[in-house]
Design a protein around this ligand. Sequence first.
Ligand code: NAD
Length: 436
Amino acid sequence: MKITVVGTGYVGLVTGTCFAETGNDVTCVDIDAAKVSKLSGGQITIYEPGLEKLFERNLKENRLQFTTDLAAGVKDAEVIFLALPTPPGEDGSADLSYILKVAEQLGNIITDYKVIVDKSTVPVGTAEKVQATIAKNCKCEFDVVSNPEFLREGVAVDDFMKPDRVVIGTRSERARKVMGDLFGPFVRQGNPILFMDEKSAELTKYAANSFLATKISFMNEIAILCEKLGADVDMVRRGVGSDDRIGKRFLFPGIGYGGSCFPKDVQALVKSSEDADYDFRILNAVMDVNEKQKLFLLPKINAFFNNDLKGKHFALWGLAFKPNTDDIREAPALYIIDALVAAGATVTVHDPEAMENVKRLLGDKVSYASHQYDCLNDADALVIATEWSVFRTPDFEKIKATLKNPLIFDGRNLFDVARMQELGFHYESVGRAAST
Ligand code: NAD
């Protein structure tokens, strides 16, 4: 099939590459000329495990092309995916301007039947708006379909190639047939393609992300309670997660969720609820808990240093909002850095993949260490903000020998408290007793 993907960010590039991998002819369109030039030249623009190999192969086979020219890019397409940003607007609602701008352009461009697919995360009613915007100028037939994306950064290729489910919102038989054919190869192991109306598909995505965010904030509050009552959140998590009705995943406490999706999607669903004259109380609490959780380690750090961080120096491991990505959007690490620097401390950071993005954002606000152990030089303490695998079994003797104090504040519960006690660390984590 001939496919066009508009927007080549985390979702668009994975979508385009994976469709090419299953034999489709894919053209990716982006307004960022520098990005398009890099991608056309064979240089991948995001870090996503497994993507580069597929990207190189399909580029070489000419199944994957890049352009800044929307008209040329969609000319031969049967299906046009919109993988455009939907950032939060000032009032928290999803900003649809990127999508509606492209919809307007498409109305002037297309001359034969196309299936136009909204892959971005958008509020209920957006498919209707896109339909109306295109129809203003368009003389030919077309269908607008909602196909929310559930991939997770870090395992995006696997998620796309073997999705738990594909949600397709359309009431058009013609579009349903095209989408069914296109996604057939991805669900050969028997996972469902769920056809539904556009509004239900749009709400499914927000409901899924908001539910997962709720699970995280719930466990973070249980962790706070564990510390207050002397329980161990690791034990509670295991006890709770063994119940099939609850499940083991998404029960790990930490310093809050970040990224480009959960924070903005929860906020957008709350706003949609308000617009529908409904106060979604649970989600307001989820956001509130998460805001506080990002700075969960700060009172512990302050208490250790008698509320005087002036002149103290911290090593910080982990900048990405989660492991296996270079994405730092809404990363808890950034909030911790802000708070430490505001209190008069200095920070040296290390991350396996996200350093360049942080350099662009923070410049010389922090220092950068290309190796995780160099990061520790002259530091009064180590703070851990992301659970990268390389941080899980570090050389503790080296850490102890390099840090000024054997002191670790761990926002991701990477280490066993008893072991840290044995090793002689003062170690504080989330929802567990400290080793002193
Ligand atoms: P992104 O910011 O990484 O990428 C968006 C791309 O669109 C950029 O390359 C940008 O240059 C391009 N763009 C902007 N305006 C354009 C235009 N007029 N024409 C062509 N290209 C244009 O965003 P993303 O993370 O890929 O997210 C895209 C959508 O998918 C959002 O709605 C997001 O909520 C949703 N989503 C994201 C994820 C994720 O893990 N990142 C997962 C599921 C859903």
